[in-house]
Design a protein around this ligand. Structure first.
Ligand SMILES: [Zn+2]
Length: 164
């Protein structure tokens, strides 16, 4: 007795071209994923800023969009131009956004150790470039209990607590 294989029937039915059925990953999602093209420069800037705030890029984009939606004229602008305008304001809004995510790079540091850098680094506070070979201060933190590695923290002399 031949059992009918519905998949097979379909293949035979339409001269070999399979009906597109297996790309059916209909998982229930709470939120929509929004795809948009962004210029490479903007992408770099967003990534840099997100790294700087130590938040995922998607969180940053969402925050910016939410902000933009609050002020933008909804009728005239598309998502990309909103994002671009928002990115233009990034430099000015840096401080405000930082405060919004309550970011303090030195929060967990219990001591600073003067070191000579073997690799280029960036001051965690003022973001100035610290070249390999120059003096900097390594922020010492406790081993994270959740097993996640934290990025190393360096600060320049001017950003040491009590400096100046
Ligand atoms: Zn600094």
């Amino acid at each position: 007795m031949t059992q009918r294989d519905p998949q097979r029937d379909k293949v035979d039915g339409v001269d070999g071209s399979r009906a597109v059925e297996d790309s059916d990953d209909a998982e229930p999602k709470k939120e929509r994923v929004l795809h948009t093209r962004v210029p490479a420069v903007l992408e770099r800037e967003l990534k840099r800023f997100a790294d700087n705030l130590r938040v995922p890029v998607s969180n940053l984009v969402r925050t910016i969009l939410e902000d933009a939606l609050n002020v933008a004229d909804a009728a005239t602008e598309n998502v990309e131009s909103r994002l671009r305008n928002a990115a233009k304001q990034l430099e000015h809004e840096r401080e405000r956004l930082k405060a919004r995510v309550k970011f303090d790079p030195l929060k967990d540091v219990f001591a600073f150790q003067s070191v000579t850098l073997a690799q280029d680094a960036t001051c965690a506070k003022c973001e100035r470039d610290l070249a390999a070979g120059s003096r900097a201060n390594l922020g010492l933190t406790d081993e994270p209990t959740n097993g996640k590695k934290k990025p190393r923290i360096f600060v320049c002399d001017e950003c040491l607590p009590g400096a100046r």
